[in-house]
Design a protein around this ligand. Structure first.
Ligand SMILES: [Zn+2]
Length: 311
């Protein structure tokens, strides 16, 4: 009898685990780590999913601290979408705390959108000895709109694996998203063409993919290493590099402090421009295309010397 009870119990559990369509609200409950991924997922899946993002777009994603509410959301989620690598350093602790069996290991319910991305700056040794937070390669690949197309396709394929009956719908929407982006990339490249090779400085090493796509040259960074705050010695050297290379613009994100960039600007005359890779970071950026459109526009103005914040 006891064996029989165990058997029924095991069958009940396996039915629960193998029935991805038994969603509480009648549609997939999807949680993405960032607002950018949530936005792309919602363009692909429309009302077939209920989507929410974990990290606030107003904060540094590397250092977001998940709340008990986030843990609960992941616990109840059917699908988890993330950027892979170590952009979300808090991802594994969050998954551990949520204890959702779907997201154990590499199963289909956990979608890593970095699949197929050509990574930049892959280190030769895996070490955080000096505080570097890019130990698997640069995780800010979403800054290149062509990578956003790979992300869109990965989300479509990931959702299709979970809900095959809607696969054609997800794939069609991803194709349309990518076509729209293709047209915008041509426009953005044309507008940036006159700034080819322009020397710039970035706060964090988060613009490598963006500058490669649009042909700019990074001559230095305010952080001596990704995630390490600037020192006086490093800033002194950077000021020398800015003067030597005649760099015109510092690219920083809204949430990064202004004190150091302003100090550098006061000594060199360099302009400061706030850009973002996070949908909803700037209020006007409601989706990926408007986010990048705003970045290109602000950068065009700053590089041509029309605008940009000066001290
Ligand atoms: Zn980073």
């Amino acid at each position: 009898m006891k064996k029989l009870i165990y058997f029924f119990f095991a069958v009940a559990i396996s039915i629960c685990l193998s029935q991805p369509n038994l969603y509480a609200a009648g549609r997939m409950n999807v949680v993405a780590t960032t607002t950018t991924l949530a936005s792309i997922a919602s363009e692909i899946a429309g009302d077939k999913i209920a989507i929410s993002a974990i990290a606030s777009p107003k904060q540094n994603i590397h250092f977001y601290a998940p709340t008990p509410k986030d843990v609960l959301r992941v616990k109840k989620a059917d699908v988890f979408i993330h950027q892979g690598l170590d952009l979300e350093a808090w991802r594994q602790p969050l998954l551990d705390a949520a204890g959702n069996l779907r997201f154990l290991g590499e199963g289909k319910y956990s979608i890593d959108v970095s699949k197929g991305i050509s990574l930049l700056e892959i280190p030769t040794t895996l070490s955080r000895a000096e505080g570097d937070i890019h130990i698997y390669g640069n995780p800010h690949y979403i800054g290149d709109p062509e990578n956003a197309e790979i992300v869109a396709s990965n989300i479509a394929e990931g959702l299709a694996a979970v809900e095959p009956e809607n696969a054609a719908f997800f794939r069609k929407n991803a194709e349309e998203f990518n076509k729209r982006l293709d047209a915008k990339i041509k426009d953005w490249e044309a507008r940036m063409a006159k700034f080819q090779g322009a020397p710039i400085v970035t706060y964090h090493r988060s613009w490598s993919y963006f500058v490669k796509r649009f042909g700019l040259t990074v001559v230095g960074e305010i952080e001596p290493k990704p995630g390490i705050p600037p020192t006086a010695k490093h800033i002194g050297e950077l000021i020398g590099q800015i003067k030597g290379e005649n760099a015109k613009v510092i690219i920083k994100e809204y949430f990064e402090e202004n004190r150091t960039p302003k100090k550098i600007a006061a000594e060199t005359g360099i302009r400061i421009v706030n850009l973002s890779q996070t949908v909803g970071g700037p209020e006007a950026a409601k989706d990926y295309v408007s986010l990048m459109e705003q970045n290109i526009s602000l950068l065009e103005d700053a590089l041509s010397g029309q605008k940009g914040q000066t001290v």
